[in-house]
Each structure stands twice: as structure tokens, then as C-alpha cells.
Design a protein. Structure first.
Length: 176
């Protein structure tokens, strides 16, 4: 999220894309403070005591107050309801630290490390009603050869994530 904000203010997205809102389900999420410090509006809503459909309905009411062309998930770890996905078809994207045809869900870097993979992929995909099953927009390979720790795997992966996600957003905006 921070990299996307930085790219929109001073990088490859400057003049093309503006982050209009950073939303979190966790009121103490560090990204909210980062966004506020960069002059971005923030909203938060705790999911405590709410069913998924009820929660997502409230989230849609919040985000619909803002003009947007794309919902970019960055660290948002909730499963979105089918109603949410259907309301914004091909307008929600996510980044996943694995090839989504081989690994969906949590702990993708751990999966790559524990399986001693020589490489993995970072995948940007449209969000659909499944978990990390949406149409792939872009992928980049991460060379894991020589990684001796999970931290090394994560560092290499994050370097690719931070480059790939803004590039995908740029192509999306340019296609509008």
C-alpha cells in the first residue's frame, strides 16, 4: 500500500492515478497512519459482531462515497463476499506472493521456502468469488536460488511485488 501511494505521488503513477481512500478493517493498522501522513483519506470499520454479508454491505457504503476506478487490495486479508465481487466486476485486484495456479491462500512465501522451490511467482489477479482464483493479470518470477531463510524469500518477493503492482495499476489506468 505504501509503495502504491509513493508511486502515485512521485513515481510511475504520478499524474495517472490517485489513491482516494485507504480502508482497513483494523482501526490500528499501520497503513492508516502512513496514508494520513501522505494526505490520503482513511476509513476503518471493525468487523467485530458483524456477519460477512452485513460487514461487506457497510464497506460498500463507505467506499461508494469516493470516486474510484479500481479497488486495489494490499494487505487486506478478509475474504470478500460474492455480492461485493459482483458489484465491482473486474474492478478489484489483488496481489498474491505465489503462482495462483499452484498455491492459493495464506503463507505463500512459507510454502515456497519449505518446498525448496528454486523460484516462485508474484501474481496480480482480478478478485473473483474464490480465494486467489481470479483471472491472472500479470505474473513475475522471483528467483529463490541461494535463499537460506524465509526472510530472504520474503525480501526477494516483496522487491518484485513493489515493482509489479504499480506497473499493473498503470496499465489498467492507461486502458481506461
Amino acid at each position: 500500500m505504501q509503495r502504491i501511494i509513493e508511486e502515485s505521488q512521485n513515481g510511475i503513477l504520478k499524474g495517472l492515478a490517485e489513491v482516494v481512500l485507504v480502508f482497513s478493517d483494523k482501526p490500528d493498522a499501520p497503513g492508516l497512519a502512513i496514508a494520513k501522513n501522505k494526505g490520503i483519506k482513511t476509513e476503518t470499520l471493525s468487523s467485530k459482531g458483524l456477519k460477512r454479508q452485513e460487514y461487506d454491505k457497510k464497506v460498500m457504503e463507505i467506499i461508494d462515497k469516493y470516486p474510484f476506478d479500481l479497488i486495489v487490495l494490499a494487505g487486506y486479508m478478509r475474504i470478500i463476499t460474492p455480492e461485493f465481487v459482483r458489484k465491482y466486476p473486474k474492478k478489484i485486484i489483488n496481489i498474491h506472493p505465489a503462482d495462483t495456479t499452484k498455491h492459493q491462500g495464506l503463507h505463500a512465501y512459507e510454502w515456497a521456502f519449505e518446498n525448496h522451490l528454486p523460484e516462485t511467482k508474484i501474481t496480480v489477479h482480478y478478485v473473483d468469488e474464490g480465494m486467489d482464483t481470479g483471472e491472472i493479470i500479470a505474473q513475475k518470477t522471483v528467483n529463490l536460488q541461494g535463499c537460506k531463510t524465509l526472510e530472504e524469500v520474503e525480501q526477494r518477493g516483496l522487491a518484485v511485488e513493489h515493482k509489479l503492482y504499480p506497473e499493473v495499476i498503470k496499465k489498467f489506468v492507461e486502458s481506461l
